[in-house]
Design a protein around this ligand. Structure first.
Ligand code: KIV
Ligand code: ZN
Length: 502
């Protein structure tokens, strides 16, 4: 059995997708979860892209002990300098440098001849190699490159010291058979190919990213680049959970395995969705809410008789909690603690105390507190901890189809209280205007607003997510409550507090 290394790029390619930018503390939390799940390599970011990216890569390099930490860098010295500065503190640092090799990219984007591109590869890889033993080279848009030229590029990178050569399907254009052919071609035509690991990095524009990655494995690739929940540019990257479960479920077919602890998949997937304020599509393979739900009578009958009739993987294998313990207002601290631990969360005594307090408040308003509710409470406790600033004390709104909506909002900051009244186009707008008046009188723009319920039922918790713009700066805020207006106000305050901190 050959071992496949799992290279996770949620924090780099995943973060590049619209609406997926994350704060440092959120990136650190994901990095820790990836290490717990035992991925081999964490691509922590693109160090040169911004000071925030640089700091994030550096901080992640400082905390991960078992995983290799990589930073992306274009094939130019200043990018490679920044990448090395950011990862040098890692137990296992890697510089990941790339340049495009397809005719369309070389001619229109790089405006370089193929010979110049080869020179850049040789220069960048040997420059990175002076800093770091572990250097990955990616031939961007490899799958639309001329195979002969791609082979030269790969040969040049390995000769200059690359330990990993990555073959990305940057635009998600390939099919599984083409992918396998390209890997076989490189294995047969690159003289020094045995000196490096072959990696693939597939995008999902035609929905084939996972199939393409698996086809590459059958042809000899030993590293796969992927993201949690398949996040990533445009239609995303190959989904980590699908690759891992395909390898685990069809181990004999692929003759390959990976070291990822699949029982951490559910928790890591939820963590990433929660941080981004996104819900998994219901039918998302492996982690969607319906992935293990059997609706049709004939299927239910079969599953009751023997699970294997319609279930090829068990919920337990991805760490999905199966017991249906219901928590309510009579549940004690111990029950909450043991449920959280079944869900994979280990809290300190102090954290448990805070979550238990929020749980009690929620259980007073809601008959049953579900796993989703508990996770939402945990997530929002963290959101609040991360952002200091104004706090909501109380609010009153008055609204109807014959009155102009108005709101009175009282906030506190430290030991000071502030109160304002405002009218608006609906109660939420009125409350937001009252908050703006309290803060500095400056209007902010609400770029995006959404609200969804965490679970079903009329007493469900609602989570509001807003994107607020102030000048050139943006912030995303989240608020949680059984009252949608309160959730909306909390989300706005969360975003405004972030903007005030920046
Ligand atoms: O899609 C791509 O080609 C990339 C490379 C930079 C690895 O993300
Ligand atoms: Zn990519």
């Amino acid at each position: 059995m050959k071992r496949i290394k799992i290279f996770d790029t949620t924090l780099r390619d995943g973060e590049q997708s619209p609406g997926c930018s994350m704060h440092l503390s959120e990136k650190l939390e994901i990095a820790r979860a990836l290490e717990r799940m035992k991925v081999d390599i964490v691509e922590a970011g693109f160090a040169i892209a911004s000071p925030g990216d640089f700091e994030a890569v550096k901080a992640i390099a400082g905390i991960l002990k078992e995983c290799t930490v990589a930073s992306l860098a274009r094939a130019i010295h200043k990018d490679i300098d920044a990448a090395y500065e950011a990862v040098k503190g890692a137990a296992l640092p890697r510089i990941h440098t790339f340049i495009a090799t397809s005719p369309v990219h070389m001619q229109y984007k790089l405006k370089m001849s193929p010979e110049q591109v080869l020179e850049m590869i040789e220069d960048a890889v040997s420059y990175a190699k002076k800093y770091c033993g572990d250097v990955e080279f990616s031939a961007e848009d490899a799958m639309r490159s001329e195979p002969e030229f791609l082979a030269k590029a790969v040969y040049t990178a390995i000769k200059a010291g690359a330990t990993v050569v990555n073959i990305p399907d940057t635009v998600g254009y390939s099919t599984p058979s083409e992918m396998a052919q390209m890997i076989s071609y490189l294995k047969n035509h690159v003289e020094n190919i045995d000196k490096a690991e072959i990696s693939v990095h597939c995008h999902n524009d035609l929905g084939m990213a996972v199939a393409n990655s698996l086809a590459a494995i059958t042809a000899g690739a030993t590293q796969v680049e992927c993201t949690v929940n398949g996040l990533g540019e445009r239609a995303g990257n190959a989904a980590l959970e699908e690759i891992v479960m395909a390898l685990q479920t069809r181990k004999n077919l692929f003759g390959a395995y990976c070291n990822v602890d699949a029982t951490k998949i559910y928790q890591t997937s939820r963590l990433v969705y929660n941080i981004l304020g996104l819900q998994p599509p219901l039918n998302k393979a492996i982690v969607g809410q319906n992935a293990f739900a059997h609706e049709a009578g004939i299927h239910q009958h079969g599953v009751l008789a023997n699970r294997e009739t319609y279930e090829i993987i068990t919920p337990q294998s991805i760490g999905l909690p199966t017991s249906r313990m219901v928590l309510g207002k009579h549940s004690g601290r111990h029950a909450v603690e043991s449920r959280l631990s079944e869900l994979g969360y280990t809290l300190s005594k102090e954290e448990l105390g805070q979550v238990f307090q929020s749980f009690k408040e929620l259980a007073d308003k809601k008959k049953m507190v579900t796993d989703r509710d508990l996770e939402a409470l945990l997530k929002h406790k963290k959101v609040e901890e991360q952002v200091e600033g104004f706090k909501l004390e109380r609010f009153t709104v008055n609204s109807g189809n014959y009155v102009t909506s108005n709101a009175v909002v009282r906030l506190s900051k430290g030991d000071k209280l502030f109160e304002e009244v405002a009218i608006g186009d609906g109660p939420i707008d009125a409350a937001y205007k009252a908050i703006d008046k309290i803060i500095d009188g400056k209007p902010r723009t609400l770029e995006n607003y959404s609200i969804h319920s965490i679970t079903e039922g009329e007493d469900a918790l609602g989570e509001a997510v807003v994107k607020v713009k102030s000048g050139d700066a943006y912030a995303t805020g989240r608020g949680l409550s059984t009252d949608v207006i309160e959730a909306s106000i909390l989300a706005y305050l969360n975003a405004v507090n972030k903007l005030l901190q920046d």
